[in-house]
Design a protein. Sequence first.
Length: 380
Amino acid sequence: MSTTAPLPAIGRRILRSRVLAALATPHGVDRYLEMVNPMWAAEEVRARVVSVTRENPLSTGDGSAAVATITLQPTSTWRGHRAGQYVQVGVDLPGSAKRMTRCFTVSSAASVPGERITLTVRAHDEGQVSKHLVAAEPGLVVHLSQAQGEFTLDESPATPTNNHLLFITGGSGITPAMSMVRTLLRDGYDGRAGRKVTFLHYARSAEDQIFADELAEIAATDNDVTVHLRHGDHVFSEFELRRLVPGYRTTDTWACGPAGLMELVAAAYDDGDGGTHKLRTEFFKAPRTTPGNAEGDVTFTHSGGETVEAANTGATLLEQAEALGLKPEFGCRMGICFSCTTRKTEGTVRNVLSGATSSLPDEDIQICVSAPEGDCAVEL
């Protein structure tokens, strides 16, 4: 059998058997398949980089980071994704014995099992994984989770409505919205029966605009998709939103972007009672937070039973652990991927996203979005 051919379905069924899994212990069948061919898998999902397309210059002169769209061919174990979902991407960095995992939204239209997908990645200065992916060459193999997330699109030709759809995005937050718009246009969505789409996007500069050519083409085509691009110092305002979409509060809206933009959007949709009935939001960075109760001490117990104790600074438990030189597992740093879930044995924590607090003993928490209130003990 050629090592470049996909693993046949009958082979996958055999390799998923309990008997073979027991024989492969402790590593598992997929570990051995990967040694023969990285694109063979019985359960895990891996993907080969097919191409890398630069979305903006490597340096725009205004502090912007390089952005690239990476086309991936997943293994046959990929179950597909809904527009707006994300994946956890694991890479083995050169010189590192530890695989690093981060979350990225799928930017291509909704996919079916085994179909190619794209990720559009910004190379942040502190982002080892993002910089590695933006500089990737075809042939690189990465590890994927199945698609995750509920920030998704329900509209489709199979379930037509006369809804007006609104997308408000900023910076890299454009990627889930592009996946949704690409899906709609691919599947035949148009302005018939009163349906229309308004796309409002904010970017640092025209040079830093992601998908600039495609957005220009969408705007110029008779498809009832209206595109509004705002660059530089142009700040989101409720007044402009009301002018562009008079009934925006009753319009199905998806918003994704940096914390400052998202706070302004949420305020614009607040009906006075805290309601945001038509607004769906997703942060690609954790929102700005104010320090909580910085009294007491935080104790971290990690492998081997060793404990580290320090005064509570009020920051998230992940940030406090890192400040002490500890290296807990984490992925997205914004409460999405659950990679940082650990056991809190005692104390009270506040979720920095929702503001909810919990004092339950022996509960699992996400340390990237949990800040201790007073004394707290955590097992890493």
